[in-house]
Design a protein around this ligand. Structure first.
Ligand code: UFG
Length: 336
């Protein structure tokens, strides 16, 4: 059985990926510093899978702890989620973002180099494309100057991995996520935003249960059909499964170059008003919202061309926007 290290394995995407890894028979070792996740998630994962994953509370910025972990654990592959991820916060605290997101990556890659470990998967983001000139966005679209330090850590991260793969001869895949949303069907794991949510879907569900008074829609003067911005919202379970496909590609040595990257989205663009309509349908609730000005740094539209992931990873999303919003709504209602 392969041992897979999942950093940030108690976070939103990490926890769903741990469950899918378990479902296909991998042995999972979770590392998380609990800076943006809760320890209860470990029990919730255990309830879903019936098996408690090996867990280490560990700060990956601490090089000697990282070394110790690799010294004492046999690792056949790594999925690296652990990172700070708030775009706005990264503008206020760029050095925290560079220190956290880059040093942890470098320390893990040093262990990969020193111990001849292979099979590394990196959480990247469609943010690397900025406002792409053509839609849907293919992997050939140029990387744009990053809009935020957070986005820059993803761009720099990919570069560091590309150069390290070439120098040290290991294999890696970066997955460029579009907008992950939703929750596991068990409603035992989902998104747990700290404080006021910055992302659309948790804000929508919190408004619907009355935690927030109303949703502010950031701009209705974009050059889109209804004037609101367009994104590609992907169910987090579909996204988790993309990691399994990428991992198997590496383990089975099916990769074509030692560093590859794939878009992970549904291929369908939805406007903010589409999301509101879909949410109202699946929840049978009217959502309070108002239109306000655009949010700084937001782009007009981003949605994935998923051809490459379909062809090379043999993966495609299965769930619809309605499915994802329904699960997010059930998850929200289940929170105390
Ligand atoms: N939006 C609102 N009101 C809100 C929150 C969001 O109208 O209260 C709108 C945004 O303006 C945007 C859309 O909903 O048009 C989606 O916004 P999110 O904040 O949910 O997602 P983003 O596309 O802005 O950001 C996401 C990830 C980032 C990543 C980025 C890449 O959260 O980590 O995609 O484009 F960098």
């Amino acid at each position: 059985m392969n041992n897979i290290l999942v950093t940030g394995g108690l976070g939103f995407i990490g926890s769903h990926t741990v469950v899918e890894l378990h479902n296909v028979g991998f042995n999972v070792i979770i590392v998380d510093d609990l800076s943006n996740s809760r320890i209860e998630v470990l029990d919730n994962i255990t309830q879903i899978t019936g098996k408690k994953p090996d867990f280490h509370q560990l700060d990956l910025k601490n090089k000697s702890d990282v070394k110790k972990l690799f010294e004492t654990t046999k690792i056949d592959g790594i999925i690296h989620f652990a990172a700070f991820k708030a775009v706005g916060e990264s503008v206020e605290k760029p050095l925290d973002y560079y220190e956290n997101n880059i040093s942890s990556l470098v320390y893990i890659l040093q262990e990969i180099r020193d111990r001849n470990i292979d099979n590394f998967i990196f959480s990247s983001s469609c943010t690397v494309y900025g406002q792409a000139d053509e839609l849907p966005i293919t992997e050939k679209a140029p990387i744009k100057v990053a809009e935020s330090p957070y986005g820059n850590t993803k761009q720099i991260g990919e570069e560091i991995i590309r150069e390290s793969c070439a120098a040290y001869n290991f294999n890696a895949i970066a997955l460029r996520y579009f907008n992950p949303i939703g929750a596991h069907e068990s409603i035992k794991i989902g998104e747990l935003p700290l404080g006021v949510p910055q992302n659309l879907i948790p804000f929508v569900t919190q408004t619907a249960v009355g935690i927030r008074k109303e949703l502010s829609i950031f701009g209705d003067d974009y050059p889109t059909e209804d004037g609101t911005a367009i994104r590609d919202y992907i169910h987090v379970v579909d996204l988790a499964k993309a990691h399994i496909a990428a991992l198997k590609r590496l383990l089975n040595k099916k990769n074509k170059t030692n560093f590859e990257f794939f878009n992970v989205g549904t291929g369908k663009g939805s406007s903010v008003l589409d999301v509101v309509k879909s949410f109202e349908k699946v929840s049978s609730k009217k959502l309070n919202y108002k239109i306000v000005g655009r949010r700084n740094g937001d782009i007009t539209a981003a949605y994935a061309d998923t051809t490459l992931a379909k062809k090379e990873l043999n993966w495609q999303s299965e769930k619809t926007l309605d499915d994802a919003l329904e699960s997010a709504w059930k998850w929200q209602q289940n929170q105390s």
